[in-house]
Structure formats: C-alpha cells, structure tokens
Design a protein around this ligand. Structure first.
Ligand SMILES: C[S@@+](CC[C@H](N)C(=O)[O-])C[C@H]1O[C@@H](n2cnc3c(N)ncnc32)[C@H](O)[C@@H]1O
Length: 391
C-alpha cells in the first residue's frame, strides 16, 4: 500500500504563523490556564466547549452503539407509529425493561428520542430521519463491520485489509471479482448503495441543469438508482450504464420494474481492462473515484475523456475532504470517518476537490469547476469539459 500524496492537507503557513501556533500550544498546555479560563466569563465557554469535545471523542463508540441498538430493535419505526411507554416497548422488543430503560434514556440524551406525556417515549429530532429513510438505518447497520475491523485501531493500521469490510467489497481487492465472487456479494453492496444513494441523487438533481444533454453514461452505476431517478426527472434523456456484469443484471431489473427499460442501454465491463462506450455527451461518476487508488482513477478519467465527444461533460460527485476548507461547523469531522472507511474497504482514499480537479486536468479536461451544493456531507460535485479547441 503506497502512502497517498496528502499535500493539500497541510496548510501553507508563514514562519510567524507557525511560531504563533507553537506558542498557543504551549499556552494551552499550562495547567494554570484551565483554572483561570473557568473563572473568566470571556473564556469559560471555550474551555467548556473543548472539554465537551474531548468527552464526545472518548464516548463516541457508546453513541454509535446506542444508535445501532435503536436501529436493531426497530425503535424509530415503532415510535413513528405512536409514542409508547417503557413496558410497551419492552413487550415489543423482548428486552427487559430495566436494561431497555438505559438505551431509551441514552437515546433521549442523544436527541434520537424524546420524553412525551404519560411517561412515553417518542421520536426526537434526530430520530425522525431514521424512521423515514431506509438508507440511514442500512448504513448504521453496515458501519458495524467497520467498527469491528477497527476494534484495535493500531492493529488495524498494520493489517487494514483483513477484515469484514474488505470482504464486503469484492472489487476493491480483486480485479477479476466479477468472474470469481458469488452474485450475492454484488447484490449485497449494490442494495446498500441504492438505499444510501437517495441523498446524493437529491444533491445532484438539485444542483445541475441536465436540459442541454441528450445521452448520459453513468459509470459505476450500481443498481442504477441515480440513473433511473434522472430518467424520471429528465424525460428527454437516454441512459447508458457501465458497471461489472453481475451488478448490471440488478440495474436491468430495476429499470424494468420502473417501466424505463426502453431508455436504457447496459454496457457491462470492467473499467480496468475495457474501454468505455462512446455516444454519451455527459458522463457521471458518482461515488466511484474514492474507492480506487490514484493510478486507477487517473486511468478511469482518461477513459472517460476518450469516450466523450468534443465539448462533452464529466460530472463527478462523491464525498470529498472538507477539513482543508477550514469549516468550523463540525463538517470536517466526517473526513475522519471516510479516511478509515476507505482504508478498511481497499486502496481508495478521500480526496480534496482540488486533488480531483488536478487529476481531471491531467486527463485532458478543461473548464473545470466545482458546483456549489447544499449538503457537501453527502457529496461534492465537480464538472469538467472536453476541450473544443484543437491541441
Ligand atoms: C461505491 S459503488 C457506487 C455505486 C453508485 N454510483 C452509487 O453512488 O450508489 C461503486 C460502483 O463501481 C462499480 N465498480 C467498481 N470497480 C469497477 C470496475 N473495475 N469496473 C466497472 N465498475 C466497477 C461497482 O460495482 C459499484 O457498483
């Protein structure tokens, strides 16, 4: 496994700025500062917030297990029907009330559930999305594999590809996976991707204007959830899907069930070995690049460029690193999740928008831009065009 080039992750700081950061580091380490800051009304909130943040980092595992416990007991859907008291929930879940109460009170503390009248429990603000979006619960359950792999984080770093996550993603370690792995392995990850794609689809459809295109090739299309929703959203479009053969069997069934099969061409293949089909004026690459190492992504971008007509467009959408942007709203914390998820999965990595734009430029794309979107936590969106000018 090669260390990836993370040049973008390091801020370019002047000497005096480095000196200032070093000074602040020493100041924070001074034991008297803690006591002093708590007595000072102007600094008290900073110290309290830092203490809370450290506590959250320490207890994050318990928070995720509370969430998983609620998902496994189906509490969100149950309480979406109507609020229930401890005894009623205990009867339905078959968990003794004495211990179930700990889970319910913890879920209340985390904003997943809420106290209601007559000692009942209802959904909290964070529980509502879990009750109505299948994909979130599916990801919570799936993350259990990652957390099992990471139980000993240092051992994991020394042996990252030996766990359940590596086994879950057959193509991430085996170029011939589509010939060797069983169909159920492809169905399993494709179902998860289709259910978790809902929010990504909304981001793309809400941010990009598809009117000018006539044929879209979705590379790494999975079961075709994005492509089928795009087909319904923009009835003038023809769709081509490229993915491994066992996955495209699932996509065909999906298009068939939605009555969209006439607008679809399936192109089974492996982008490591096969060229991409020509004929589309827009290629979409959704949550694919981050699964692969730099050399594979560069090859894939090159193949997309080759397949596009002059003036054709690439739309690349996936979660991208946010910490480099210096956001203060906690969004950057999701980088930590993706760094480890992608490591456990295989040889891919989380990239910054700048890194991906550089790779697109290297593949020959021009007019590269980032499309602003509302929820970068689901995906950020980049566009590039195949030059109309002669080289
Ligand atoms: C993480 S999934 C994303 C699926 C879908 N675009 C989404 O966002 O839900 C990556 C997809 O790329 C496909 N894929 C991975 N390696 C491939 C290869 N070498 N050739 C063709 N497809 C590949 C996988 O089968 C899978 O469907």
């Amino acid at each position: 496994m090669n260390a990836a080039p993370f040049a973008d992750s390091f801020m370019k700081l002047s000497t005096w700025h480095n000196w200032l950061l070093h000074g602040l580091e020493r100041l924070y380490a001074n034991p008297k500062l803690y006591q002093w800051s708590l007595t000072n009304p102007f600094t008290r909130w900073i110290t309290k917030r830092r203490t809370q943040q450290i506590f959250d980092l320490m207890s994050g595992f318990v928070y995720s297990q509370v969430l998983l416990g609620c998902v496994r007991l189906d509490l969100f859907k149950m309480l979406y029907q109507r609020p229930l008291d401890l005894e009623q929930i205990s009867r339905q879940t078959k968990v003794p009330p004495e211990t179930l109460q700990r889970l319910l009170l913890s879920a209340v503390a985390l904003g997943l559930l809420e106290h209601r009248s007559q000692q009942r429990f209802g959904l909290g603000a964070l529980g509502v999305p879990l009750a109505i979006h299948e994909g979130i619960g599916a990801m919570v359950e799936h993350n259990h594999l990652l957390y099992q792999d990471m139980q000993d984080p240092v051992a994991f770093l020394n042996n990252a590809w030996r766990g359940g996550m590596a086994d879950y993603w057959p193509y991430a370690h085996d170029e011939q996976a589509s010939e060797r792995a069983a169909q159920d392995k492809f169905s399993r990850y494709s179902d998860l991707m289709a259910s978790s794609q809902e929010f990504v689809v909304q981001e793309i459809l809400g941010s990009y204007y598809f009117e000018e295109h006539r044929c879209v090739l979705d590379v790494g299309a999975g079961k075709g959830r994005f492509a089928s929703e795009l087909a319904l959203y923009a009835p003038h479009l023809k769709l081509k899907l490229f993915d491994l053969p066992p996955v495209l069997e699932l996509a065909k069934a999906n298009f068939q069930s939605k009555g969209l099969i006439d607008r679809l061409t399936v192109c089974p293949g492996n982008f490591l070995h096969d060229p991409l089909p020509p004929g589309a004026d827009l290629v979409t690459l959704v949550r694919v690049a981050h699964d692969h190492p730099d050399d594979v992504v560069q090859l894939l971008l090159q193949k997309i460029h080759d397949a596009l007509p002059v003036g054709g467009t690439l739309l690349l959408a996936e979660p991208m690193a946010q910490s480099h942007a210096g956001g203060s709203d906690g969004a950057a914390q999701t980088d930590a999740y993706f760094h480890f998820y992608l490591l456990a999965m295989g040889a891919g990595r989380l990239r910054t928008p700048d890194e991906l734009m550089r790779m697109m430029r290297q593949a020959g794309f021009g007019s590269i831009e980032q499309v602003p979107n509302n929820m970068p936590i689901h995906a950020q969106i980049l566009l590039g065009r195949k030059h109309k000018c002669l080289p």
